[in-house]
Design a protein around this ligand. Structure first.
Ligand code: HEM
Length: 360
């Protein structure tokens, strides 16, 4: 079934003339033609053995804590601590965009959706009462957090970013993962996601307990409890869930299966339009309860997705976003920026955020 849905989605992309990870006229994606800078890399993060970073990792963490790094990237002997500028972070963005354009033999043709999910799961562990969790720390490098059921499949995203980390060793994993989440939204045709650095990598002791991320089999009360714990209101919860215009569920990861719409590598408001316009029937299959569209039986919705139209307060926002893509893009950008910054002790101000240039 998974491959049938995948073929349907690929067939749509082919018949619509869109290459995977390519933009429609409305959401034109850049023609990414730069040569790959792919290089050999370890498939595990240096922290992969889970209890230690390795000597150079500890060195970086120490440097990171001081907020300065020595930039040893083939340049002349450094004269002092390397303090990365916006231009340096744009280089990281460009390298991610290049890799996204070149590594198309994955899922529906793009790693973008799984990068968006990595940034969200790194950030969505935040608990406003205790100040624990959030993207600061990148503790998903370590078991047990990497093994939490909700994080199944995110190794693909972490591994995808390893060559970027090797190319720019001065960036912390926590900054890299969130920058990649911002880059992926922009490169897949979504709104600009302003971003700022300042996250330090933590150690295994900072791993969050299992159960902080949402469970897709639950209802509106669960959504409010989980996102309320992070500090979001109803409108923000609905906007964030619009990221389900991207990617798909995988039977071998979450147990659920299929894409939410016909263009899973293009950021759109389709998730909301389909929630409102389609009829969704319970799928008859040997898997967890999920829903399928009456029209083609190739798309899916999770129980938590349908909770967004069953609950009246949520539904008014679903309808707003279904009607007006610009409103959705603006409100999504604002709340995704907020998500990626939860619990981060920035020294910079919000107005210091960088707006990255999307690739041409
Ligand atoms: C009630 C809240 C949410 C629930 C229950 C939920 C659940 C899920 C599940 C079960 C999957 C499928 C994973 C797989 O099998 O690979 C998924 C995928 C995804 N989620 Fe969510 N999610 C929620 C909110 C969000 C938010 C807030 C974002 C981002 C802002 C997001 C972004 C994504 C993306 C991009 C994918 C596709 C990943 C891929 O293609 O590999 N989700 N989500």
């Amino acid at each position: 079934m998974a491959s049938a849905a995948r073929s349907a989605s690929r067939a749509f992309l082919r018949s619509s003339g869109a290459r995977p990870a390519a933009r429609s006229a409305r959401f034109a994606l850049p023609a990414q033609v730069r040569a790959s800078t792919r290089r050999g890399y370890a498939s595990e993060a240096p922290a992969g053995k889970s209890s230690s970073f390795g000597i150079w990792g500890i060195g970086l963490a120490v440097a990171g804590g001081a907020g300065a790094y020595f930039y040893l990237n083939g340049e002349a002997t450094p004269k002092g601590p390397f303090v990365p500028t916006q231009a340096d972070y744009q280089k990281v963005y460009d390298a991610i965009a290049d890799r996204l354009a070149n590594e198309t033999d994955y899922d529906d043709g793009s790693y973008g959706p799984v990068l968006v999910r990595l940034a969200w799961h790194a950030s969505g562990t935040y608990d406003k009462e205790t100040g624990t969790g959030g993207s600061n720390g990148a503790t998903m490098r370590f078991a047990p957090e990497s093994d939490h059921g909700a994080n199944a499949g995110l190794k693909h995203a972490r591994d995808f970013l390893e060559p970027i980390k090797a190319q720019f060793p001065w960036i912390t994993y926590s900054d890299l993962w969130t920058l990649a989440g911002s880059a992926a939204v922009q490169e897949l045709g979504g709104p600009k996601i302003p971003w700022r650095p300042g996250r330090a990598d933590g150690d295994i002791a900072a791993c969050t307990p299992d159960g902080r991320l949402p469970d897709a089999s639950k209802d509106h009360r669960h959504i409010r409890a989980v996102f309320g714990r992070m500090g979001f209101d109803d409108r923000e919860m609905v906007a964030l869930c619009g990221a389900h215009s991207l990617g798909r569920a995988h039977a071998d990861r979450s147990g659920f299966d299929g894409p939410w719409d016909f263009s899973p590598t293009v950021f759109t408001n389709e998730f909301f339009r389909l929630l409102v316009d389609e009829k969704w029937n319970q799928r008859k299959w040997n898997g967890p309860a999920q829903f399928t569209d009456k029209g083609t039986s190739t798309l899916m919705m999770l129980p938590t997705d349908l909770a967004l139209v069953k609950d009246k307060a949520f539904k008014q926002h679903v309808e707003r976003y279904a009607k007006d893509s610009d409103v959705f893009f603006q409100e999504f950008a604002d709340v995704y920026v907020k998500l990626l910054e939860l619990g981060v002790p920035f020294k910079s101000k919000p107005e210091d955020r960088f707006v990255f240039k999307t690739s041409e």
